[in-house]
Design a binder for this molecule. Structure first.
Ligand SMILES: NC(=O)c1ccc[n+]([C@@H]2O[C@H](COP(=O)([O-])OP(=O)(O)OC[C@H]3O[C@@H](n4cnc5c(N)ncnc54)[C@H](O)[C@@H]3O)[C@@H](O)[C@H]2O)c1
Length: 459
């Protein structure tokens, strides 16, 4: 296999990123002064809520004025991550009685997403609600109706990949035709472990390990796959026609009711497929040369492939966001209707030479611009060379969770529509609900079925 030269690699990777229009993306939060901002309360201060509070402490645009949790130990624990003296609430309705509060950030277990979000919206507040946005089919319809009646209020879903510069670059590469016709996505979230939380008092088992019980949780489809179903919808630019799959409780037979493994196939309108697996007894991931374990996506087009994964939220230094681009040798010449741009500006790169090794997906800061000075250009070329030779890797400057939270506050201030808006959240929740139905009933479930499901009164 012929080796690609330094110059070819750099030109190709840079041209890909430039063609992807990266200068225009990357979370559009306007900077605001620290200490000012939208007064908000966090509702649900467990693992995720505490994590969000830590991230929020380093962001601008919002001002934490309170924490709400029904479980005293979690409320007390989360106080350490909030500004001193914030108000404490044990009931979310008391938060909504407080006139100072403009927005709420909801990180309750899935079965409490809808009622807390509904109450917040009905009380005139803006809401950021964690994924998966809603739990049951009837809530899909009810939340849509509620939001349509309140167009001035912001509703954002906690799907942070939408705010990642890497994922935005991937989407723009697809839009520009750099991957050809994208027909296949493979996604996985594999882990090795029961995922069981320790419980001191057996009476608290269902409350603490709510993810294992169908009364409260939609299992791995909601907790893990929801992120990647959303990625596939975004990259394909469509929602699926149907889903089929197999799930089981096959390894961790510990009293749980929700699956410990799921295997799903989604068919999209032009025959594109998302092939998805989540298992809990092996954490290996063969994407990105095995550099990151657990989770990621492989996006396959007729002209190329992307491997991509988000940074490990808890430890991005150990598990950074990564993206690799592999060009497809001898790509078919079939007319796709999409205009593929002349993306290798001025350079003739044989795609055959690129098959053995992927090129890192570049972020805007690494792309050489015409306006760059000599030194800046040289620095960028040097960084690209280091990436190409695996000595360093492109890194997102900011955590997508931070970008998503700042953008929520920007939307509250400006009335703009979030990237991960109501419809993104509802499409995602629909995918979760129908995937579980497909696995439970052992049949192909069509997305059109959501129109009829859950049309009775809300229980
Ligand atoms: N976007 C992401 O990447 C991401 C990551 C992790 C978790 N999440 C989501 O965040 C949510 C919370 O997950 P978690 O792991 O933090 O759960 P958790 O059990 O650790 O925390 C949930 C907290 O909500 C509290 N709570 C329950 N009902 C409440 C109510 N009515 N009012 C106020 N507080 C209430 C609980 O007492 C608990 O402290 C889930 O929906 C999960 O899917 C999202």
């Amino acid at each position: 296999m012929a080796q690609i030269t330094r110059r070819e690699a750099i030109q190709t990777a840079a041209a890909a990123a430039a063609a992807a229009g990266l200068g225009a993306c990357g979370g559009s939060a306007q900077r605001a002064t620290k200490g000012e901002g939208v007064p908000y309360v966090l509702i649900g201060a467990g693992d995720r809520g505490s994590f969000l509070l830590k991230r929020l402490a380093g962001t601008v645009g919002g001002r934490c004025v309170g924490i709400c949790d029904t479980y005293e130990p979690n409320l007390r624990n989360a106080l350490q991550f909030a500004p001193a003296g914030v108000k404490q609430y044990r009931d979310h309705r008391a938060v909504l009685d407080d006139k100072e509060v403009q927005a709420v950030i909801i990180a309750t277990p899935l079965y409490r997403h809808f009622d807390v979000t509904r109450d917040a919206l009905e009380a005139g507040r803006h809401a950021f609600c964690e994924k998966s946005l809603v739990f049951r089919a009837e809530e899909v319809h009810a939340l849509r109706a509620l939001c349509e009646a309140r167009p001035r209020q912001v509703l954002q879903t906690g799907l942070q990949r939408r705010y990642s510069p890497f994922y935005q670059a991937a989407r723009q590469m697809i839009e520009k035709g750099l991957l050809g016709d994208v027909m296949h996505i493979r996604a996985q979230w594999h882990r090795n472990g029961a995922g069981r939380r320790p419980v001191q008092d057996p009476k608290l088992e269902r409350q603490i390990n709510w993810r294992f019980y169908k009364e409260y949780s939609a299992g791995p489809a909601a907790e893990l796959a929801s992120h990647q179903m959303d990625v596939a919808d975004w990259m394909f630019g469509a929602t699926p026609e149907f889903v089929s799959g197999v799930g089981g409780i096959d390894y961790w037979k510990d009293g749980r009711e929700t699956y410990d493994n799921i295997h799903l196939i989604f068919r999209y309108p032009r025959g594109q497929k998302l092939v998805y697996t989540s298992i809990s007894y092996n954490g290996h991931c063969d994407l990105l040369y095995g550099k990151r374990p657990n989770f990621g996506e492989e996006i396959c087009g007729t002209a190329g492939t992307l491997h991509i994964t988000i940074g490990d939220a808890a430890n991005p230094a150990v598990g950074p966001a990564m993206g690799m681009w592999f060009s497809e040798p001898n790509a078919p010449k079939k007319e796709t209707g999409k205009k593929s741009e002349n993306w290798v500006a001025g350079a003739t790169v044989s795609t055959e030479k690129m098959t053995s090794k992927g090129l890192p997906l570049l972020l805007p800061k690494d792309v050489v611009q015409r306006s760059d000075g000599f030194l800046e250009k040289e620095l960028k070329f040097a960084r690209q060379w280091l990436y190409k030779h695996d000595i360093a890797a492109p890194e997102e400057d900011r955590n997508p969770v931070d970008l998503s939270l700042e953008d929520f506050f920007r939307c509250v201030r400006t009335g703009a529509r979030p990237r991960a808006d109501l419809e993104v959240g509802l499409a995602d929740s629909t995918g979760v609900i129908l995937s579980n139905l497909a696995m439970e009933e052992g049949r192909r479930v069509f997305y059109s079925e959501i129109g009829k499901l859950g049309r009775g009164p809300l229980s």
